[in-house]
Write a new protein. Structure first.
Length: 199
């Protein structure tokens, strides 16, 4: 039987909503009060979004700017001072908790404080998932008359490969895809010399 070489690429990780390297930000359009938004973010993500750089300010403004209303982030107004929703001081560097005087921001990029009972969309964050790529080479025997590069066959084989990898503990957040060669094919006929070298 003819043997061919199959290459599968497995990508581990979630697709990030943002390109910010340390956190993923998720805009939630469902309007909630500040405390409901915080509870939602803590259940589904990590917490309401916090700001630690001008890059993040721009990113959050861009996300909120697509909507025509103020958006909750991770601040609340404690009687005498602003406090971040995630109030663990070990999370922040020296002086970082002092320069964040905002509670919501709107589509014009203006930061403001509002009644925490108002229902607004909000932005959550979670630590970024590092994406890594692993290439897996697999040898298969070609069943007679089957075109291994047929899209329907490739789709069916990919489903089976995913099932087998998940049975071995592969996370649901992993993407598996075929790697196409320069000629557009996934499967390549293995040369006789390569076989002898392996023996």
């Amino acid at each position: 039987m003819e043997k061919v070489l199959l290459i599968i690429i497995a990508l581990s990780g979630l697709s990030a909503v943002s390109s910010h390297a340390e956190r993923q930000y998720h805009f939630v359009s469902e309007a909630k009060s500040m405390s409901e938004a915080q509870r939602y973010c803590r259940e589904k993500h990590t917490d309401l979004a916090t700001v630690d750089s001008m890059e993040v300010v721009k990113l959050l403004n861009d996300m909120a700017g697509q909507h025509n209303q103020s958006t909750w982030i991770g601040l609340h107004d404690d009687r005498d001072a602003w406090r971040w929703s995630m109030s663990d001081p070990s999370f922040y560097g020296p002086g970082e908790t002092e320069f964040r005087p905002w509670g919501t921001f709107d589509n014009s990029g203006t930061w403001e404080d509002l009644d925490c009972g108002l229902e607004k969309p909000f932005i959550c964050y979670r630590p970024a998932v590092r994406v890594s790529m692993q290439v897996i080479k697999v040898r298969v025997e070609n069943p007679n008359g089957v075109d291994l590069n047929d899209p329907a066959f490739l789709a069916a084989m990919l489903v089976e490969a995913k099932k087998n990898l998940r049975a071995q503990g592969l996370d649901d957040n992993v993407q598996v895809a075929w790697r196409k060669q320069p000629d557009g094919h996934v499967f390549q006929k293995e040369e006789e010399e390569e076989k002898r070298d392996e023996l």
